[in-house]
Design a binder for this molecule. Structure first.
Ligand code: FAD
Ligand code: NAP
Length: 863
């Protein structure tokens, strides 16, 4: 390559394979890796040395908060063996020394151009090459353009009025002077109480004459208990470094861990406290969020941790008003990135430190001499901005990146970033991002995520070279599917509820989109590997080797559905249809133990009511609100063979709360002991009796709806037809949850989803065989879709699931009822399976469907 060190405005005459922007953890490893594969690579870096984050953030107290043993490269066993961290959480200078050592050891600097900021990158369609221009006027041409520009490398423009008027010194934590700052005898302001503020405030307070902390949002922080590398951790690592690293790679966060399955309210308040105390004492950033399985998803569970942490703050900070101001109350733990500190809260006990609550007393302006808030004026010698970064997308769109047809990336991402796997974006061929939006990145130990992206990308370029493919770009289908999955996954969690930088909420005008992928490092790695194993699913390649594309969406199931399926697979259970009926029933019951119980209701009462042939057991759920209430008669699922009053108990509770209705769950007779039409005859008898006895049950006469899941949905649908034909009782509405409506097992949904999603075609056949003779199956009392007419039925909500063999018959029934003039709402649930919607507090992505059921029932009762 044509190197003219120090020369400005030059155009390289050698075409490079790859230009990488950024010389932090990502750029350094990428250079090493690509060089090893023989790709001509140049790194451009605006700083005058390597280090990235650790080059820029030199503020007092800066250090990592993932333990250094984990927060370091794993790709080079020798580097790992020869480098010893002096502390559990290394300081910024030590991490910078480490990265300098890596650059020297691997002789990387010779291919890095420092003090070179990239201004633009344009795709040359005709040549299939990128043209890169730097601010100093250099032009480079390359086949592949990679932004390893970091997620937290562009400090946020300070959005405080009057900032230019201040005559004292101003400092940004993310651009700290190399020579350091001496605050001795100075009156200092710090604006911002995120990780950078929390780390720097205690040390600035020790030096300054006075320190005033301007806090907009208090943050959760715990003591790091920093010190020597913990002996146990070191022993674990030294015993088998390779195995230790592999465990990190296949963990959710990128640090070896044993995720708990225990939920917060499964243990007593005392036990909970002890678990939280253990997390507090551990000094481990990840410990608090991993205390219980539902910390990230259940608001009430999370609130117990929040309150524990608030109590800690109150116990440390002596002035009760200051303590209260420091207590986070507007977000759940972990939804804004939590901090690890050394004496942060203790600092507010110092006589030279005061706290200004900007929520109560906002900054009006910065003046020549200090800061004026609505209530006071403060004089300062220095102001420190610990105000954070334009995270994840900021450094990428700060460069004028132009793809197909001169389209700019900034424009394409106006409403938020769209990527495939956080690696590429459509319209920008041969352009890659390391830890881009849509990948786990900032929700993980970033070095692990960086290594995974670098390895994946290098393998991809190698693959292309071997097959004579010059150009790669994700397909719109693959990208849309991934964006959907990233959003769906985030929506399961509490993350989107906080105004965090994860959501872009810290930068005025930035779209509110959840930026990283919450699925975890391990799952994400598996997905990326799957993409490769399926012939680079969702990527289109072109070149002398030909054009090739295996288009598709890599992750179509909801994240929590995938997790449940994986857990069930681990259990290694025999297929239900291979079991004798009693064993199948016992198996169902066993699976139900240990699941979340569903919400509390006002009252539950077990009893019997008259069935078609004999008394039927039922369970009544009454809301805690004052009655009388409308009544929902519910029929459980289980293919007419399995299930009982306990089987759908959490779902009935959920329905009772959401619909604010009495739910009467009726246990009809089961096959094979009582075959068709016993179940529907019992269902109809029960509805008639409940309608006639509504007042005694605490119900409102005339306000009765039916609901059922699966075979129970079949019973509910048939009961509506029987009531119509018998001119009563009046049914206000029907909620059919993935119902059986027809005995035809050849529809496309049976072909597509016949295996692997719990309810299989084989199992459905087993159910039918136990329930009804073939000659009975076309009877509308077995297959309600085959009724002579569907007109005159009650309004309906029909819910179908994408990966359910029963999907198409549910859809057909909804359509047929609508064609017959019945008011029908059909909710097709994306990424869900047959068992999703009744799995209360397990499949959280089914919550919006459960809410729709509650809403529909409330509507039926108003009409
Ligand atoms: P960076 O280190 O940010 O490097 C990107 C480089 O790109 C920078 O040097 C920048 O100058 C350069 N660049 C950007 N745009 C251009 C351009 N247009 N032209 C030329 N050069 C450009 N993560 C953890 O996992 N654990 C931690 O404990 C942790 N602690 C952190 C502490 C601080 C103070 C901060 C700010 C972040 C921390 N992070 C932590 C996140 C951290 O950013 C990553 O861990 C990691 O260092 C990112 O490496 P990178 O190479 O991807 O990006
Ligand atoms: P940050 O978490 O975004 O915190 C910025 C702080 O400044 C917040 O308290 C914010 O308040 C406040 N702020 C922003 N604009 C303001 C304004 N106009 N007026 C008043 N207050 C304002 O940024 P950060 O502390 O630099 O940390 C960013 C990320 O870098 C961290 O989350 C972490 O991932 C990483 N980091 C890690 C470490 C570590 O311990 N290893 C250290 C530093 C950084 P609001 O919350 O109200 O917006």
């Amino acid at each position: 390559m044509n190197e003219h060190a120090g020369e400005q405005g030059r155009t390289d005459d050698v075409e490079l394979d790859v230009v990488v922007v950024g010389a932090g953890f990502a750029g350094l490893y990428l250079l090493h890796k690509l060089r090893g594969l023989g790709f001509a690579t140049t790194v451009l870096e605006q700083a005058d040395d390597v280090g990235g984050t650790w080059y820029w953030n030199r503020y007092p107290g800066a250090r990592c908060d993932i333990e250094s043993i984990d927060y370091s490269y794993s790709f080079d066993p020798e580097l790992q063996r020869t480098w010893t961290w002096s502390e559990r959480y290394a300081t910024q200078p030590e991490i910078l020394r480490y990265l300098g050592h890596v650059a020297d050891k691997l002789d990387l600097r010779r291919d890095i151009r420092f003090s070179t900021r990239v201004a633009s990158a344009a795709w040359d369609e005709a040549a299939s090459r990128w043209t890169i221009r730097t601010e100093r006027g250099d032009t480079l041409r390359c086949r592949f353009y990679v932004m390893a520009t970091g997620c937290l490398s562009l400090p946020k423009t300070a959005d405080v009025p009057g900032i230019d008027r201040f005559r004292g010194a101003t400092y940004y934590t993310g651009r700290w002077p190399h020579e350091g700052v001496d605050f001795t005898g100075k009156r200092v302001a710090v604006i911002g109480t995120g990780s950078s503020g929390v780390q720097s405030i205690p040390l600035i307070a020790e030096q300054a004459a006075e320190l005033t902390v301007f806090q907009r949002t208090p943050n959760f922080s715990r003591p790091a208990f920093n010190g020597p590398v913990p002996r146990e951790k070191k022993a674990q690592f030294d015993a088998d470094p390779a195995a230790y690293r592999e465990a990190g790679r296949w963990s959710p966060i990128g640090v070896p861990s044993e995720p708990t399955m225990i939920r917060t309210f499964q243990v007593s308040a005392e036990e909970r406290r002890a678990v939280f105390e253990g997390a507090w004492q551990s000094g481990d950033l990840l410990a608090m969020g991993s205390t219980f399985a539902d910390m990230g998803t259940n608001p009430e569970a999370n609130e117990t941790a929040c309150e524990f942490l608030r109590e800690k703050i109150r116990s440390i900070v002596r002035d009760p008003e200051t303590a209260e101001t420091l207590c986070p109350k507007d977000h759940y733990y972990g939804t804004k990135r939590p901090c690890l500190d050394t004496h942060y809260f203790e600092t507010f006990n110092r006589p030279n430190v005061r706290l200004v609550d900007l929520r109560r007393d906002p900054i009006q302006t910065i003046t020549e001499t200090g800061i004026t808030t609505t209530a006071s004026s403060f004089a300062f010698d220095a102001i420190v901005f610990a105000t954070g970064f334009d995270a994840m997308t900021g450094p990428i769109v700060a460069v004028d990146v132009r793809g197909h047809g001169e389209q700019t990336l900034a424009r394409r991402w106006t409403d938020g970033p769209r990527t495939y796997l956080g690696l590429m974006t459509t319209g920008f061929p041969n352009f890659f991002m390391i830890t881009g939006p849509g990948s786990p990145s900032v929700l993980s130990n970033m070095v692990v995520s960086i290594e995974q992206h670098v390895d994946w990308l290098s393998a991809c370029l190698d693959h292309m070279r071997a097959r004579k493919l010059d150009v790669v770009e994700p397909t719109p289908t693959a990208e849309a599917g991934w964006v959907q999955h990233v959003n769906d996954a985030a929506d399961i969690t509490l993350y989107p509820r906080a105004a965090s930088w994860y959501m872009g909420a810290n930068v005025p005008g930035k779209p509110r989109v959840f930026l990283p992928y919450v699925g975890g490092v391990d799952r994400y790695r598996k997905i990326c590997d799957e993409v490769v194993s399926r012939d680079y699913l969702g990527f289109a390649f072109d070149g002398p080797g030909g054009a090739r594309c295996h288009d598709g969406v890599v992750q179509r199931l909801q994240l929590d559905v995938t997790m449940v399926l994986e857990m069930i697979e681990l259990l290694g259970l025999p297929p239900i249809e291979t079991l004798p009926v009693p064993e199948a029933r016992a198996g169902m019951q066993a699976l139900a133990t240990g699941r979340p119980p569903g919400p509390d209701v006002g009252e539950t009462r077990d009893g019997t009511l008259p069935g078609a042939a004999a008394p039927l057991a039922h369970r009544l759920y009454r809301p805690s609100t004052p009655g009388p209430h409308p009544i929902v008669v519910y029929f459980h699922g289980g293919g007419w063979v399995l299930g009982d009053l306990d089987a759908d108990d959490p779902f009935c509770r959920d329905l009772c709360v959401r619909a604010n209705a009495v739910v009467v769950s009726v246990d009809y007779r089961h096959a094979p002991e009582a075959r068709f039409p016993a179940a529907v005859d019992d269902g109809f008898a029960a509805v008639r009796w409940i309608a006639a006895n509504a007042t005694a049950l605490g119900g409102i006469p005339g306000k009765l709806a039916v609901c059922g899941w699966s075979a129970g949905g079949n019973i509910a649908a048939v009961v509506c037809q029987l009531a119509r034909d018998a001119s009563g009782p009046a049914i206000a509405g029907q909620v059919l949850v993935t119902p059986v409506t027809d005995s035809d097992l050849t529809r496309p949904s049976y072909v597509e989803n016949g295996d692997g999603y719990i309810l299989t075609t084989a199992l459905m056949r087993w159910f039918w065989d136990h329930y009804a003779d073939p000659s009975d199956r076309s009877n509308p009392k077995a297959s309600p879709l085959r009724a002579a007419t569907l007109s005159g039925l009650p309004p309906a909500l029909v819910l179908t699931c994408e990966f359910d063999p029963l999907r198409d018959e549910g859809t057909a029934y909804a359509n047929a009822m609508a064609s017959a003039g019945v008011p029908v709402e059909h909710l097709a649930c994306r990424g869900q399976i047959h068992t999703s919607l009744t799995a209360v507090d397990v499949i959280l992505s089914g919550d919006h469907a459960r809410e729709a059921m509650g809403a529909a029932l409330r509507r039926f009762f108003v009409a």
